[in-house]
Design a protein around this ligand. Sequence first.
Ligand code: FES
Length: 359
Amino acid sequence: MAPRFHPLEVTDIRRETRDAVVLTLTPTAEAAAAFDFTQGQYLTFRRDFDGTELRRSYSICAGKDEGCLKVGIKRVDGGAFSTFANQDLKVGDTLDAMPPMGKFFAPIDPATAKTYLGFAGGSGITPLLSIIKTVLGREPEATFTLVYANRQINSIMFREELEDLKNIYLGRFSVIHILESEGQEIDLFTGRVDAEKLDNLFRLWIDAETVDTAFICGPEPMMLTIAESLRQHGLDDSQIKFELFASSQPGRTAKRAATRQDATTGNVCDVTVTLDGATRKFQMPKDGTAVLDAAIQNQMDAPFSCKAGVCSTCRAKVLEGEVEMVINHALEDYEVKAGYVLSCQCIPISDKVVLTYDE
Ligand code: FES
């Protein structure tokens, strides 16, 4: 079944920094099981702004053992949802959200003694905080080093909570704050997280050889630099986990796979879509329109969030026909081989496409 929205009551709002809040959310009793998250996952919210529905995803910042659902929302300039959450939202209000999604986690195994390394940039700390609390609480032998990049000290989200965690998990948890525009006692901890700084961190502070799993969440350029450095220092791709923020994406590109379309005959595609057990047929133009948009135009309530190829909410399986995916930051190679696509990025190439959201 495709994911559906449920109402969540806002039961607490805590101001984290000048431009970030942490919301505590409570599902209805019937939906409680659907919101039993895994550390590192996110929620997708929807809300109507002046007649336009916006969908935005925010990561859960609670650990598995906190017994509540919390998300961190940092206000971005011009961001309608994040501004609303920071300025107008009140305790007692209701937000519509899809159940938790995302694969930004490693399975918990209390019997192991793993060494974890995390890199967070700005609000990229949110899913990492959930992972850190869960891992340290549930794997008694695990150690975690967090490298956390921010512009300046007062923009650091969860600063006090991270300090508390250092005290609770003495010797098992350490944080290196890198501040872009504020000098620190140690020069290495000032400036941008670039390849040179990472080299020095791995030379002087972090023993990459001992790291079992690394988590990275932040702006895309920073993430790519960190992943490359980790590879150079001996980690393989299976040890590196990413969470890309949809907001760091430019959005769906207007330019489509025009050249490939020349190879086919018609200008329209006959599409058959199955969603929640119901199958509908419609025609859509082969002008670069995504199958998701065509399905929505045809009154199908197809699931989506980022529309940027990042979140995988719109995942579907192509049963027949040929499509091209413009951007894919979410599906693994084995899923693509098995026929799964991000329908928000999926352009028909053949004259007939059969696709399902139900598998
Ligand atoms: Fe996020 Fe398609 S809606 S990947």
